[in-house]
Design a protein around this ligand. Structure first.
Ligand code: ADP
Ligand code: MG
Length: 574
């Protein structure tokens, strides 16, 4: 019996797949090729879902979104050299967003190292800059150990990207089954709580605030802190502002959401509680003139190194956001208190919200053609299912879209994020669709893309059609990056000269029929130029659950945002 057992062999590919399965990896996105094909096949045989993509970059974006949506890392599987290099964009983006991700890259054979092997590249070294952990197992026996460590590193502390390198010769190498020991599934991160004294101080600073503001970031979304934060907002009647991906932790249509008065709220708040958001460019570094010079920040974050960046906080609450918010609730509950709903602060915020909303409504009601951004987004919002995922990228498309398109559920918005990455949309939409299909069937993924943003990974439409994913792509098409030209101007421009000499760098081909990318693969495509056509095509897309759609929405090529109070707000992404 012992002799029989000891002869049973297993391949490196199968060991990798089993190690991933043991760590509860549910999804792998990638592109197969030498030397990783066998890994994908072995994983699928163990019941891990494999989604084949068309470019490693999009695959990596997709895998990173899995981490954000499920709290366990998705895997991106890539081939050596160029394949891995294409994935670096996704790793950087995940790491910047503080999202868990595990990239597994094939690499050249160990016995050909430094010889100029096929696709040889210093991969472990290259990934170090983009990850929390980057390593190559020294033997097949070490694979389960390294994979457990990578998965754990990706979700413990501040979440981020990890890389595991698999030399080509490992994949088909056979080892004795009994020599492999699989590590136990790594547990979810331990919950850390803030110091009691800091919680007391924070509660008293909040109670004494004249113009308080809670800012809800994507860290709060990731921490599943929706229940405690909503309670804090409602119990004490505090105004809150979501960051782009913090939208939906408390619904956007909540009466205490001051999103429509964002600049005003930031500028005049005297106490700001940060729930999982960094004082980076998205929050204007926490500095004047966007904030009061003496504003008191209370910073809640799981990452100690983050505390005090750019501004010295009045109170730091180091810990898990959900746990810390519950601590705060408990402390505030000790003395009956509530922020007065009739305060001047609320009045100021409400007035500003009203006037901002009226200004965008006016733009939205414009009947002129081609349509402007506001008209397009108001019509989309009208039909947006409450439980849908909104994926969005582009310059104006994302910025204006964010102010009009509402999120009602946490972790249901995915966009260019901390790194301002263009090209994430289709990968994110695919990941959200795959998760939705498994966990909340019936939910739509509405992916609102600028025409330029769509171009970065347009061929992923084939992936969407291959797996028949519940995605509606809306390409908001202004014929360019930021702005473009109409067909007549274009023709005029090209009359006497070569396009490369005269076409402004931001221009894309006018009147491109992006919807045909979708019809090419069997999905439904619509080319729309009027509000009526937009309404109708969106209604039809939502009614047909058997096919993905792409609606190509032509807008005024020179359309812009509404006038802003601050000149620096006219810059893209601000
Ligand atoms: P936003 O873009 O919404 O402003 P950021 O990505 O800048 O958000 O900030 C998210 C912050 O949330 C990061 O500093 C990260 O360390 C923190 N974070 C992530 N997960 C948790 C958690 N479970 N508990 C507390 N903080 C967290
Ligand atoms: Mg554009």
């Amino acid at each position: 019996n012992f002799a029989e057992r000891s002869e049973e062999q297993v391949s490196g590919a199968k060991v990798i797949a089993q190690a991933l399965k043991t760590q509860d990896v549910e999804y792998i996105f990638g592109i197969v090729g030498i030397p990783v094909t066998e890994i994908a096949i072995a994983a699928q045989q163990l019941g891990i879902k494999y989604i084949g993509m068309r470019n490693e970059q999009a695959a990596c974006y997709a895998a990173s979104a899995i981490g954000y949506l499920t709290s366990r890392p998705g895997v991106c599987l890539v081939v050596s050299g160029p394949g891995l290099i294409h994935a670096l964009g996704g790793m950087a983006n995940a790491n910047m967003n503080c999202w868990p991700l595990l990239v597994i890259g094939g690499s050249s054979e160990r016995n050909q190292e430094t010889m100029g092997a096929f696709q040889e590249f210093p991969q472990v070294e290259a990934c170090r800059l983009y990850t929390k952990f980057s390593a190559r197992p020294s033997s097949i026996e070490a694979i389960p150990f390294v994979i457990e460590k990578a998965v754990r590193s990706s979700i413990y502390g501040r979440p981020g990207a990890c890389y595991v390198d698999i030399p080509a010769d490992f994949v088909n190498l056979q080892v004795n089954v009994n020599s492999i020991k699989y590590m136990e599934r790594c547990m979810s991160p331990p919950i850390s709580m803030a110091e009691t004294s800091a919680v007391c101080t924070a509660a008293s600073v909040i109670r004494n605030a004249k113009q308080p503001l809670l800012i809800i970031g994507k860290g709060a979304a990731y921490a599943h802190a929706e229940e405690s934060i909503k309670k804090l907002v409602e119990q004490y009647k505090l105004p809150f502002l979501p960051t782009p991906m913090g939208k939906g932790v408390v619904p956007d249509n909540h009466p205490y959401c001051v999103g429509a008065a964002r600049s005003r709220a930031l500028q005049f708040a005297d106490v700001i509680v940060l729930f999982g958001d960094r004082l980076n460019w998205i929050l204007h570094f926490g500095l004047p003139p966007r904030y009061q010079p003496d504003v008191k920040f209370i910073q809640v974050d799981i990452c100690a190194e983050e505390l005090g960046n750019n501004v010295k906080p009045t109170v730091t609450l180091l810990g898990n956001i959900h746990a810390v918010t519950k601590q705060l609730l408990e402390e505030l509950d000790k003395t009956p208190w509530q922020y007065p709903p009739e305060s001047k602060w609320w009045k100021t915020l409400r007035e500003k919200m009203k006037s901002n909303e009226a200004a965008s409504k006016e733009l939205a009601s414009k009947k002129s053609l081609p349509m402007n951004y506001y008209t397009v987004f108001y019509h989309i919002q009208e039909q947006l299912p409450r439980d849908c995922f909104v994926v969005s990228e582009g310059a104006n498309t994302m910025d204006i879209g964010r102010t009009v398109l509402q999120n009602y559920l946490p972790r249901h918005r995915l966009d260019a994020g901390t790194f301002g990455t263009m090209g994430v949309g289709l990968g994110f939409a695919i990941a959200a669709a795959v998760v939705a299909k498994d966990r909340s069937p019936g939910q739509w993924i509405i992916c609102v893309e600028g025409d330029s943003a769509f171009g970065f990974s347009g061929m992923e439409v084939e992936t969407i059609c291959r797996y028949n994913l519940p995605i509606i792509l809306l390409v908001v098409n202004n014929n360019g990056i930021y702005q473009g030209f109409d067909t007549d101007t274009w023709k005029e421009m090209l009359k006497f000269q070569d396009a490369t000499a005269v076409v402004p760098p931001m221009c894309l081909l006018p009147n491109s029929h992006y919807e045909q990318v979708m019809t090419a693969f069997g999905g439904k495509g619509y080319f729309v130029q009027t509000p009526e056509e937009l309404q109708k095509s969106l209604r039809q897309s939502l009614a047909d659950t058997t096919k993905p759609s792409l609606i190509n929405v032509m807008i005024e090529p020179q359309a812009t945002r509404k006038a802003q109070d601050f000149h620096w707000l006219t810059r893209s992404n601000m």
